[in-house]
Design a protein around this ligand. Structure first.
Ligand SMILES: *[C@@H]1O[C@H](CO)[C@@H](O)[C@H](O)[C@H]1NC(C)=O
Ligand SMILES: *[C@@H]1O[C@H](CO)[C@@H](O)[C@H](O)[C@H]1NC(C)=O
Ligand SMILES: *[C@@H]1O[C@H](CO)[C@@H](O)[C@H](O)[C@H]1NC(C)=O
Ligand SMILES: *[C@@H]1O[C@H](CO)[C@@H](O)[C@H](O)[C@H]1NC(C)=O
Ligand SMILES: *[C@@H]1O[C@H](CO)[C@@H](O)[C@H](O)[C@H]1NC(C)=O
Ligand SMILES: *[C@@H]1O[C@H](CO)[C@@H](O)[C@H](O)[C@H]1NC(C)=O
Ligand SMILES: *[C@@H]1O[C@H](CO)[C@@H](O)[C@H](O)[C@H]1NC(C)=O
Ligand SMILES: *[C@@H]1O[C@H](CO)[C@@H](O)[C@H](O)[C@H]1NC(C)=O
Ligand SMILES: *[C@@H]1O[C@H](CO)[C@@H](O)[C@H](O)[C@H]1NC(C)=O
Ligand SMILES: *[C@H]1O[C@H](CO)[C@@H](O)[C@H](O)[C@H]1NC(C)=O
Ligand SMILES: CC(=O)N[C@H]1CO[C@H](CO)[C@@H](O)[C@@H]1O
Length: 870
């Protein structure tokens, strides 16, 4: 029930709200209101206003809902009888205040009874016989009490006071000095005792006068006269004013009432030692001249510090009758005379030099120090770097190459402290750059005269383009046109004499290059029989032996085989040590050998005047009789081969400066002959170049010079014997006899044979008995020398020309040798040919060999008769 009532109430309320809303939206549609222009004349439709749609356009003129009511304003002067008009903004638009006795809307009515407003200012209206009249309140007069009565008219105020009229009264406003209702009483201004400092007050009209005591002034004598105004205090004294007087506060050094007295500071005699005192203002000065003292009070004896005893800017301080020196850091000593040596520990490395900071002379000169010397910073050191180094401890190498100093494509190589430019080789235009930085163009080699493939090295001297020739081995001279090569052709020697040098320098120095196939040979001997230095080849190795006074001292060698037919350079120096050096590209290790020098006597030096190269003069020299004795000593065989670039004590030996008679079998140039080039050895025999000749290493059964000769049953040529016992059988070849000695079988050989069975033919050529290049042929128990054309004799020992060093000889000798050889070979060949023919058809060499061996070993049959081939 209750619920349904609440429901219906809620529905009614909601409907009401809806209605209100609809109405509101309707009414608010002001556009439509104004559009219909419902407002009357003299009004406008306002579309902002919600409630009052029409507004009167001039509200001072038109009012009312339809703006149709017109107001009357005071401007139209509606009030009569001088009534005062007030504008109203409601009907009728004005209000008139009428003068007394009149009324009505426009004061048009004359009042004749006690109506309100007949009496003004509280006057009471009474009705009389002749009309109403007014009983006015105090202070007002007139028919209607309209006029205020002037009470000041009787001048009630005195002494020039101003009277002001009021309603039923008045007020008096007094001039100063008067008081009272009518300003009739005079005021006593001295009553408040305005005068100070004992002054007497005299009253005056409207004021007073203070009669001041001396020292005071001012209207009330309140101010005191300043006695200090005259600045009575002298010499900077301060003035202090007091009543009727002043006091001076004096500056230091002055006294007196006005500080006029300068106090004498010398009075106490402050200067000592007869110094003269000069007074000043609150001070004194001691003039110590002539007293021998100094200081403010002449208290310091001048004798101690005046001589400036302290060194190195130390300060001198007097201490009793002595002095003390105060030193700067870095100095010490009682007089600062010792400069502490900060460099004593050698703190800088080798690339820098230690410079002490106390070395004033170095300031401004080296970059590591500031420009000005100061004792304040004089302790310690700096490292002054050598050129090319930097860093505090000069540890950094400056890369001089970083500035690219090398020009024209040269490469730069940095070194500690420096650089080197490697100039490029001659370019395609033939330009060579040189100089320190490869800047300069060197033209010296453009037309050089260097010979024999020498390398030309250009340079500039005094502005001229010059050149040097760098000679290849075997040549010397400015243009490398001098040949230094010498040929040693067997049993040769070259005798050089040199002046004896001073002993203490390098004793001697020999350098030479050699070329040989000999495995043993004497290269050089310097000295004599007792004392010498000897350079030899032993089994291909270079050996150096030194002998002093017949005692062998030093023996050095270098284990590198040099008998290979190629050039090898060897150097011997004798100074504090004996040094043997093999300067050889092929020698890789232990190419230098050293030993302490055994030579210390001048005697030896005299012996060293003589040097023999290649061999010793054994009986073969024009004036060699004496030498023969001196140099008849054991040595390696004489050298066969070539020597060049021989330097003895730095003197170059050339063929030109060899004197006649001091050599044998030595020729200029190198006569190395390539014997094997034409393959002279037949039947696959191996050719060995022996320098002056060649040798054929034949395969069996071939033999002979060129392996042409077949070794046809050689053992059968000579008879053999066979003997034996029950234990063994023995065959003895080559005509040897068989003997039995105490049951032991032995072969007894014929001369020229050797071996257990006398089977070996002794090679008589082994000792190279043929001289002067003669070629040896081995025979049975003997040999035969095939001599060079210029030589003859069993051993080719006879010289046919006697012209030792002649190029013609060389040519003829070689030709003769060749012709002889050819002849010999021809004879030899024809011999073999005829021999072969005799045996043709009967022999097969291999078969014969086999059968022969069988015969040799086991047959007791006597062999056929010997066949002599040569
Ligand atoms: C408005 O004034 C005009 C003449 O100026 C008149 O014709 C008209 O009737 C007036 N309208 C009203 C509502 O008084
Ligand atoms: C009222 O409406 C009129 C006509 O639409 C328009 O000219 C006028 O500016 C409006 N007044 C105001 C105050 O918006
Ligand atoms: C209204 O009317 C009076 C009298 O005619 C006039 O003085 C005043 O200027 C008018 N005001 C306006 C706003 O027009
Ligand atoms: C409008 O005002 C003028 C003067 O201001 C008056 O003459 C006129 O009669 C007035 N019109 C209406 C309809 O009130
Ligand atoms: C030495 O000392 C004096 C002051 O004691 C100073 O004026 C002067 O420059 C110093 N000399 C040097 C070289 O430092
Ligand atoms: C550095 O080397 C150049 C040539 O490369 C030379 O002229 C110069 O003297 C050298 N300087 C030093 C300090 O060694
Ligand atoms: C050096 O060479 C030669 C020739 O080839 C040879 O006879 C000799 O035995 C060699 N020496 C050594 C030590 O090998
Ligand atoms: C040198 O020594 C050898 C053997 O060692 C000796 O036979 C000779 O007589 C000596 N000569 C001299 C001059 O002492
Ligand atoms: C071998 O003996 C014979 C005869 O007895 C003799 O003539 C010959 O000389 C001897 N040969 C040797 C090498 O002893
Ligand atoms: C009345 O008119 C003004 C101006 O045209 C408008 O901004 C306003 O929304 C209107 N009011 C209604 C209720 O339509
Ligand atoms: C020990 C030995 O071998 N003896 C021999 C030596 O030669 C003769 C003949 O050929 C033999 O009969 C032996 O036996």
């Amino acid at each position: 029930m209750a619920l349904s009532r609440i429901n219906s109430l809620l529905i009614i309320y909601l409907n009401l709200l809806l209605l209100l809303h609809v109405k509101k939206s309707f009414c608010i549609g002001n556009d439509t209101v104004c559009l219909s222009n419902p407002c009357p004349n003299n009004s406008t439709c306002d579309n902002i206003s919600k409630d009052n749609t029409c507004h009167c356009s001039n509200t001072t003129e038109n009012v009312g809902e339809s703006c149709d009511i017109k107001l009357v304003s005071c401007s139209s002067k509606p009030c009569k009888r001088n009534g005062f008009c007030f504008d109203l903004d409601e009907e009728p638009g004005f209000f008139c205040r009428c003068p007394p006795g009149y009324g009505g809307k426009t004061c048009e009515i004359t009042l004749t009874s006690c109506v309100s407003g007949f009496c003004r200012h509280g006057g009471i209206c009474h009705h009389g016989t002749s009309g109403p009249f007014c009983d006015c309140a105090d202070g007002f007069i007139g028919k209607h009490c309209e006029t205020d009565f002037n009470e000041c008219g009787s001048n009630p105020c005195r002494n020039g006071a101003v009277c002001q009229d009021g309603i039923n009264g008045y007020s008096c406003y007094c001039v100063p000095g008067f008081q009272g209702r009518y300003c009739e009483r005079e005021v006593d201004e001295c009553a408040s005792e305005p005068c100070q400092n004992g002054a007497k007050c005299r009253n005056k009209v409207g004021g007073y006068i203070c009669d001041c005591l001396p020292e005071f002034f001012g209207a009330n004598c309140e101010m005191e006269i300043d006695d200090c105004l005259s600045q009575p205090c002298l010499n900077g004294g301060t003035c202090q004013d007091s009543v009727g007087r002043y006091f001076c506060g004096c500056a230091f050094g002055f006294r007196g009432e006005h500080c006029e007295i300068n106090i004498d500071e010398c009075y106490s005699r402050p200067c000592l030692n007869k110094g003269r005192c000069i007074d000043g203002i609150y001070s004194y000065h001691c003039n110590c001249d002539g007293t021998g003292f100094t200081g403010k009070q002449c208290e310091i004896s001048m004798s101690v510090c005046s001589s400036q005893p302290c060194h190195n800017n130390g300060t001198c301080e007097v201490f009793d009758d002595r002095y003390i020196c105060h030193c700067w850091p870095g100095f010490t000593g009682s007089r600062c005379e010792i400069d502490i040596n900060e460099c004593s520990s050698n703190p800088c490395p080798s690339t820098g030099e230690c410079v002490e900071l106390s070395w004033a002379s170095q300031y401004g000169r080296i970059s590591e120090l500031p420009s000005e010397f100061s004792y304040l910073h004089a302790t310690g050191y700096v490292c002054h770097c050598q050129p090319g180094y930097t860093g505090i401890r000069c540890e950094d190498d400056i890369d001089e190459c970083s500035s690219s100093p090398c020009k024209n494509g040269a490469t730069c190589e940095n070194f500690p402290g420096n650089y080197t430019c490697h100039c490029p080789p001659q370019d395609f235009q033939g330009i060579v750059y040189g100089g320190v930085d490869c800047r300069e163009i060197f033209l010296g080699c453009t037309r050089n005269k260097c010979q024999n493939n020498a390398i030309c090295i250009p340079y500039i001297q005094n502005g001229q383009h010059e050149y040097n020739c760098l000679c290849p081995p075997g040549y010397s001279g400015l243009l490398c046109d001098v040949i230094t090569t010498l040929s040693f052709e067997g049993n040769s020697f070259l005798w050089i004499t040199s002046a004896p040098g001073p002993i203490k320098d390098s004793l001697f120095n020999i350098a030479l290059s050699f070329q040989t196939v000999q495995s043993s040979a004497l290269l050089l001997l310097r000295g004599d029989k007792d004392s010498y230095v000897k350079l030899e080849l032993w089994n291909g190795y270079v050996h150096l032996s030194v002998q002093v006074n017949n005692q062998s001292k030093v023996l050095l060698h270098i284990s590198h085989n040099t008998s290979d037919g190629e050039w090898h350079s060897v150097e011997v120096t004798l100074a504090e040590a004996v040094t043997l050096t093999l300067r050889d590209n092929s020698c890789v290790e232990k190419c230098v050998n050293k030993a302490p020098s055994p030579i210390d006597s001048d005697q030896v030096m005299i012996a060293f005047q003589n040097t023999f190269l290649g061999g010793l003069p054994v009986g073969k020299t024009n004036d060699g009789a004496a030498l023969l004795n001196i140099y008849n000593m054991h040595s390696a065989p004489s050298f066969v081969g070539c020597l060049q670039d021989i330097e003895i004590d730095s003197n170059l030996i050339t063929p030109e400066n060899i004197s006649a008679g001091s050599s044998f079998n030595v020729k200029a140039g190198c006569n190395k002959k390539y014997w094997c080039e034409n393959h002279p050895c037949q039947n696959r025999g191996r050719c060995v170049n022996l320098w002056l000749s060649y040798e054929c290493d034949c395969y069996r059964p071939y033999e002979g010079v060129n392996c042409l000769r077949g070794k046809l049953c050689r053992q059968a040529r000579l008879p053999m014997t066979v003997c034996g016992n029950e234990r063994r059988n023995l065959t003895c070849y080559n005509h040897s006899n068989c003997t039995e000695l105490q049951g032991d079988l032995k072969c007894v050989c014929r001369p020229g044979f050797t071996g257990e069975w006398c089977e070996k033919d002794i090679n008589e050529c082994e000792s190279t008995p043929c001289l002067n290049g003669g070629m040896c042929q081995n025979l049975l128990n003997t040999f035969h020398c095939n001599c060079d054309g210029n030589f003859a004799g069993d051993r080719c020992e006879l010289d046919l020309t006697d012209n030792l060093i002649s190029d013609i000889f060389t040519a003829i000798g070689s030709i003769t040798l060749a012709v002889l050889l050819i002849l010999f070979l021809a004879v030899f060949a024809s011999f073999i040919a005829s021999n072969k023919r005799a045996n043709q058809g009967t022999y097969s060499p291999s078969r014969q060999e086999k059968e022969g061996s069988r015969v040799e070993m086991w047959n007791m049959v006597q062999p056929p008769p010997m066949e002599r081939l040569i």
